[in-house]
Design a protein around this ligand. Structure first.
Ligand code: GBH
Length: 480
């Protein structure tokens, strides 16, 4: 019997994102996003694939709703494809009613099935036309206005039916992977072997700044014109892993642990809660990190109704000596899987960056709760891949005990954070409802609790974890 409980109205379910599951890239008037064009560049995606078909969810909304019901999910977090709704993206460009209607119907279907929709407005798939027209997120004046316009179009069409809104998913990823390392669309970087354009020392910080302003502008629009009548809540989702010192006896490693979290999470979290960037970032980045004008700071400060938390794993952190490289985005430190004593932070998975470490989840929940004054937190992603899963025969693959163990550990840590540490965490979305397009890794890496047979017509087969998650939540949620 678990020794911690979660409240009766705890909202749990599953998450996906538009480009990773929908397919149907040209149907009903949708235009390219930066991920459609990025996938066409040879060498960018491990298996040379794209989201062209993915899970075919655009055509299988009924099946997906049925799957969610079968898993006993209370909520479903999914994202909208901006270029389905406004194909060219901009505030003077036409709205595509067909694309919009698709999502309104999906929201209606979810609600009819008793599943709470949680909508992400932007999960990395910027309309390609905006990237080509004015540089996308690099252009503050245009991007902020166009995002606010897109958000308003969506709020107007389905605001009364949706209680949870997320502006951006993991702006860290779009900024760093898209504009520093170049691993993600649009692939800009100083590394000229990967891209002829980009400046890793400056662009990610500009893009991050503009995400914050776009987020805050959409929140302002929602609060001023929709929130009272629609009664929903809106926030941003930030990714971040827990850190443990490589050498617990070295104060410089202990300090580096905090700095790593500041560079990955507080880069966005501090402006949203305090109206300023962390001192550690200002110190290292100087004027490469944009300054908030007074007006901007006031707009961004206080712009979360809840904190959206994506969390997967933990690392050991070792400080670096000497001056940071101009391209450094970590806080001048090493991110490791082993500590000084040679112990691993967790077992290997199919994702090179992901090693499960459930205690880190409880610690980070508490850390964030303390830093930001006890905000309401919704965990908007948590999950794992399995080493070698893709090459197993179907029967074995469906027995995903490693994933079940992961969820037991992580949901247990969550319940402890809630019940023992007083963290106000009220929801949890597992990543992911089904295997899907894992960005630069293509389809080789699977994160689903449901197997998707990509070669057999996208048929879905629930894995063991699809049922186990419900059992885990049943064991923690108070029923009286
Ligand atoms: C989430 O990001 C995404 O929101 C989701 O779309 C995705 O499918 C899921 O994770 C699983 O990957 O390239 O070595 O520099 C998770 C957070 C942070 C994980 C950045 C990968 C890249 C490390 N991501 N990290 S590296």
């Amino acid at each position: 019997m678990p020794d911690a409980v979660l409240p009766q109205d705890f909202l749990w379910g599953f998450a996906t994102a538009s480009y990773q599951v929908e397919g149907a890239p040209h149907e009903d008037g949708r235009a390219d996003s930066i991920w459609d064009t990025f996938c066409r560049i040879p060498g960018k995606i491990a298996d040379g694939s794209s989201g062209d078909v993915a899970c075919d969810s655009y055509h299988r909304t009924q099946e997906d709703v049925a799957l969610l019901k079968q898993c006993r999910a209370k909520a479903y977090r999914f994202s909208l494809s901006w270029s389905r709704i406004i194909p060219l993206g901009g505030r003077s460009d036409p709205v595509n009613e067909k694309g919009l209607r698709h999502y309104v119907k999906f929201v209606d279907d979810l609600r009819a099935a008793g599943i709470e929709p949680m909508i992400t407005l932007f999960h990395w798939d910027l309309p390609d036309a905006l990237h080509k027209r004015y540089g996308g997120m690099l252009n503050k004046e245009e991007f902020v206005k166009d995002f606010e316009n897109y958000a308003r179009v969506v709020f107007k069409a389905m605001g009364s039916k949706v209680k949870f809104w997320i502006t951006f998913n993991e702006p860290w990823c779009s900024s760093i992977l898209g504009y520093s390392t170049g691993l993600f669309a649009p692939g800009r970087t100083s590394d000229r072997t990967k891209s002829s354009e980009g400046d890793s020392s400056r662009e990610p910080w500009i893009v991050g700044h503009n995400f914050l302003l776009a987020h805050a502008s959409a929140v302002k629009a929602y609060r001023e014109d929709f929130k009272d009548k629609d009664g929903g809540r809106i926030g941003i989702t930030l990714n971040g892993d827990w850190t443990e010192p490589w050498d617990a006896n070295d104060p410089a490693d202990v300090e580096a642990c905090n700095r790593k979290i500041e560079f990955s999470i507080c880069w966005f979290g501090d402006p949203v809660y305090f109206g300023k960037y962390p001192d550690s970032m200002r110190k290292q980045l100087g004027d490469r990190l944009p300054e908030f004008t007074e007006e901007e700071a006031a707009l961004v400060k206080g712009s979360n109704d809840f904190y959206g938390m994506n969390h997967y794993c933990a690392n050991y952190i070792k400080h670096k000596e000497g001056e940071p490289e101009p391209e450094d985005f970590t806080g001048n430190l090493e991110i490791l899987f082993y500590n000084k004593a040679g112990e691993a932070i967790g077992p290997e998975t199919q994702s090179v960056w992901l090693r499960p470490h459930p205690p880190g989840f409880r610690k980070l929940l508490k850390w964030l709760s303390d830093r930001y004054g006890g905000p309401t937190i919704y965990v908007t992603e948590n999950g794992t891949s399995l080493k070698g899963e893709n090459s197993l025969p179907l029967e074995q693959l469906l027995q995903d005990d490693f994933r079940c163990e992961y969820y037991r550990g992580y949901v247990g840590a969550l319940a402890d954070a809630y019940d023992k540490d007083g963290v106000d965490v009220r929801g949890y979305m597992a990543w992911s409802l089904m295997d899907n397009f894992e960005w630069a890794e293509g389809y080789e890496t699977r994160f689903g609790v449901t197997y998707v047979d990509y070669k057999g017509g996208q048929k879905r087969y629930p894995k063991k974890s699809a049922k186990v998650i419900g059992d885990i939540f049943d064991s923690y949620i108070k029923t009286d």
